[in-house]
Design a protein around this ligand. Structure first.
Ligand code: CAA
Length: 387
């Protein structure tokens, strides 16, 4: 019957620091309930000075490689909005740090928060052609907005690493997903900016409309109702957005409002991490699998949205025995071990910029992660492994 590619292993990593929304609310003079209840966020991950998308992705991927080896990996797809270089793929730094085989292709994918889903689809296509190979998919981002902007409380940072194989232990991806693309300027980041520009109200309606259109397309290819999914893993720029989008979808299909519970187990991790752009839907998936009762044999939906805008409604079947392969303790620890910081420290980190004149610039050691950005020299990023 051929290969049934899907997620064989899944691991997450986040930052050394966290800023609590109570601290941010106090500084901004805002009612903390706006953040906790209105946006559904409790804290946000803040990178240390020596952390970036590469160090987070390498930290997420290392335990996967330790468990499965690297021999069968022939493709590395690195999905990110936070590209560190206009030319060199972030996956190549990771390739060096993790000592991955030279016999593989490495490429970076960009489309706001959506591109990890494209990476999954490209991986399944490659594996369908050559089922012995495995594909390492990384999704790693730092969501940064201007200080004092409405979007500031929706910042965050995290990475997910996924090993895609023909015989997945966790989630078999189904072949026909629902797609939508349209040219919308709801959130974007010109090359000269480190912080995204966003039209908040437009972004919320663009997300809802794109998801609804992707679901309509899904129904054209699959004979399944919303009520048949055991759970939904939405992209979560802030966790309330998953509820808004899900309610919008339920209203548009006259589905039972009781289905709202089907997203609850997917939100607690992103509630603590904040937006992680490309990683967000897959952190939702890890959170769901780690914390819900047995889902073996059941269909779950992944609802991916990237401003600009692209949405994909994809589905997978949770595999028998999947619980043995989860990384629940490590995932929980990645979130709970972050060090809380003051508003002043957060502000300093937010405003830190590296020199752009090619001068040597060493970075102090802050992060306790196994990989760190040691500095910049001659315009090159220098990474270090502690292993
Ligand atoms: N107690 C409880 N709730 C409160 C409250 C209080 N004291 N004060 C306000 N609220 C509620 C509001 O009623 C509102 O809830 P509803 O939306 O359910 O009505 C919620 O808190 C937010 O309040 P505002 O709408 O006044 O918030 P805001 O205008 O200050 O900013 C935002 C909200 C536009 C989402 C802003 O955070 C933002 O621009 N974020 C970035 C953009 C974004 O994340 N867009 C999401 C879709 S795009 C996408 O998904 C891609 C991506 O990753 C960026």
């Amino acid at each position: 019957t051929g290969p049934h590619p899907g997620i064989h292993d899944l691991s997450l990593a986040t930052t050394h620091y966290r800023l609590d929304h109570d601290t941010l609310a106090r500084h901004l003079g805002v009612d903390p309930a706006k953040f906790h209840d209105g946006l559904g966020q409790d804290s946000m991950s803040v990178p240390a000075i020596d952390e970036d998308i590469v160090t987070m992705a390498a930290t997420a991927a290392a335990p996967i490689l330790a468990r499965h080896g690297t021999d069968r990996i022939r493709t590395i797809l690195f999905a990110t909005e936070t590209g560190a270089d206009q030319s060199k793929a972030a996956g190549l730094y990771l390739h060096g740090l993790l000592d991955l085989p030279t016999t593989c292709r490495v490429v970076e994918l960009k489309q706001a928060c959506y591109s990890a889903t494209a990476a999954l689809q490209f991986a399944t296509a490659l594996i369908s052609r050559e089922p012995r190979q495995q594909v390492l998919v990384l999704a790693s981002d730092i969501a940064a907005y201007e200080l004092g902007s409405a979007a500031e409380p929706t910042q965050g940072a995290a990475a997910v690493a996924m090993l895609i194989s023909a015989d997945p232990a966790i989630l078999r991806l189904e072949p026909h997903s629902g797609l939508y693309s349209g040219d919308v300027s709801d959130f974007w980041r010109p090359n000269y900016r480190t912080e995204a520009v966003v039209d908040g109200a437009t972004s919320i309606s663009a997300y809802q409309d794109a998801v609804q259109a992707a679901w309509s397309d899904y129904q054209r290819h699959n004979n399944r109702e919303l009520s048949e999914f055991a759970a939904f893993c939405y992209h979560q720029p802030f966790t309330k957005m998953a509820h808004k989008a899900h309610r919008h979808l339920l209203d548009s299909t006259d589905a039972d409002a009781g289905l709202e519970a089907a997203i609850n187990a997917s939100t607690p991790c992103n509630r603590a991490i904040g937006n992680s752009y490309t990683a967000s839907s897959y952190i939702a998936l890890a959170c769901l699998l780690d914390h819900r009762d047995d889902l073996a044999g059941q269909p779950v939906a992944i609802v991916s949205y990237g401003s600009g805008s692209v949405a994909e409604f994809l589905s997978g079947i949770v595999q028998p025995g999947y619980r043995r392969h989860l990384r629940t303790t490590a995932n929980v620890q990645a979130i709970t071990r972050r060090t809380p910081i003051t508003y002043e420290r957060y502000r300093t980190l937010h405003q830190a910029r590296f020199p752009t004149d090619g001068a040597d610039h060493d970075l102090p050691q802050e992060s306790a992660a196994p990989y760190r950005l040691a500095g910049i020299s001659g315009h090159k990023r220098i990474y270090q492994s502690r292993k």
